[in-house]
Design a protein around this ligand. Structure first.
Ligand code: NAD
Length: 405
């Protein structure tokens, strides 16, 4: 990855003046359909205890079950949504997703923390550069032990895996568990889970708890033991051309590997009642593992839940936010599952943010960004407008001081 070097930047330009408190803003999410909020009242209390001044836009927590009064009781100042004076006076903005056009109202040196979707996002990088802003994109935190408590990908994927199975089970024309009744015996549902990362493993555990028979496909060798320890069967990938992995993530597979993998999967899909798709490769389109023809070969009444739909989908038929009926198979393009469990998703997300802020904020409530810290080196995409991840947009003009890591 291309990373520009940089030292420690004090975010608070008034460092040393005891009267200046770092002002943290928790806005309503820019995406109107986003139900989560970046900070729970509980976490506001903890941030206030660390001498940060917290402001919350009215109604920010409403869709996730947190009321304005709870924020006020926790020590936050309630402010009007979108108030330009508040935005231009904030030092730090905490958000779940991208903050949209409001980014242009921030003052130079302000810091944005959120899942900013920076891959191939020239517009975002331009805004950060132009506004001399700093930004930590939480999707880019490294998967190291020190970062576990901050890992928003894990906390949210865990929820997605759980909810995907519940949605799938609710849409099925049959039971999940085996049942022995006076009217006869019902066989357990056959569930295929594609991808055994955080979401996939939670889906395995949830489907097993509901009594289904579960098979799982992944390309990483380490996944086999994890899958089997949860009582599921591992579907081995093709032997030739396994994509390998970097930092625990699968690499992009070749076309011929995927073709062979699809052939192997087809046998399992033909028998499946429920398929949960979670296979992803960071920063790349999701691997296509279920073609339209493969859907057509499945039994009518089967259900596919595609969690990778926003990255192009593991299933050719899936569409973001829609349920498509194709040859009697329901294909659910599940793009917002963490938001469908908004209360707990927000509570966990805000604990992730708190864990990161505890590293960035000292005892005096002053904030500093050490670009060489293992946590920030990959995730601090901009430091006061200097872009640090030149690999996020491959065809973007690269600055001269770039070093490759
Ligand atoms: P992810 O969302 O990037 O991908 C989901 C899964 O899809 C991965 O298991 C991946 O191997 C799999 N996949 C990719 N291509 C595939 C294909 N062609 N066929 C089948 N499966 C395919 O992954 P994630 O959930 O973010 O987890 C990535 C890794 O990070 C895992 O190894 C996980 O255990 C690890 N992890 C480590 C920590 C930590 O140490 N702090 C925390 C969380 C996750």
């Amino acid at each position: 990855m291309g990373v520009q070097t940089g030292g420690i930047a004090q975010l608070n330009r008034f460092r040393g003046l005891r009267t200046h408190m770092v002002k943290v803003l928790i806005p309503r999410e820019w995406d109107r359909d986003e139900k989560r909020v970046a900070s729970s009242p509980d976490v506001i209390k903890r941030l206030s205890g660390r001498k940060l001044s917290c402001r919350v836009e009215r109604g920010a927590g409403e869709a996730s079950g947190f009321q304005d009064e709870d924020y006020a009781a926790a020590g936050a100042e309630l402010v009007a949504p979108g108030d330009q004076a508040v935005w231009s006076d904030s030092d730090v903005v905490l958000s779940v997703g991208p903050i949209g056009d409001r980014i242009s109202q921030l003052k130079p040196g302000a810091l944005v923390l959120g899942q900013l979707a920076p891959h191939n996002n020239n517009a975002l990088l331009d805004q950060l550069e132009r506004g001399q802003l700093s930004a930590i994109s939480l999707e880019l935190l490294p998967r190291i032990s020190r970062a576990q408590a901050m890992d928003v990908l894990s906390s949210q994927a865990n929820i997605a895996g759980y909810k995907a199975v519940l949605m799938g089970a609710a849409s099925l024309d049959r039971f999940m568990p085996m049942l022995m009744t006076a009217a006869g015996t019902v066989q357990p549902a056959k569930v295929v889970i594609i991808g055994a990362g955080v979401a996939g493993l939670q889906a395995v555990a949830t489907a097993r708890r509901l009594g289904a028979v579960v098979s799982v496909s992944d390309v990483r060798a380490a996944a086999q033991e994890q899958v089997e320890s949860l009582g599921a069967r591992f579907i081995a990938p093709p032997e030739q051309g396994v994509p390998g992995e970097t930092g625990g993530y699968a690499k992009q597979a070749t076309k011929s590997f995927l073709e062979e993998q699809r052939e192997g999967l087809a046998v399992h899909l033909n028998q499946a009642d429920l398929v949960i798709c979670t296979a992803q490769v960071p920063g790349r389109p999701a691997p296509l593992l279920i073609t339209q023809a493969m859907v057509e070969a499945m039994r009518p009444g089967a259900v596919i839940v595609d969690l990778a739909v926003l990255q192009g989908g593991n299933c050719e038929v899936s569409k973001p936010g829609q349920t498509v009926a194709h040859h009697g198979v329901q294909v659910i393009g599940a793009d917002r599952l963490p938001g469908s469990v908004a209360h707990h998703a927000s509570a966990l997300y805000s604990r992730n943010l708190l864990a990161l802020l505890e590293v960035l904020v000292d005892q005096e409530g002053q904030l500093s960004l050490n670009a060489e810290d293992d946590l920030l080196n990959p995730s601090l995409i901009s430091l006061n407008g200097t872009l640090r991840r030149t690999d996020l947009v491959p065809d973007r003009a690269t600055p001269q001081q770039e070093v490759t890591q």
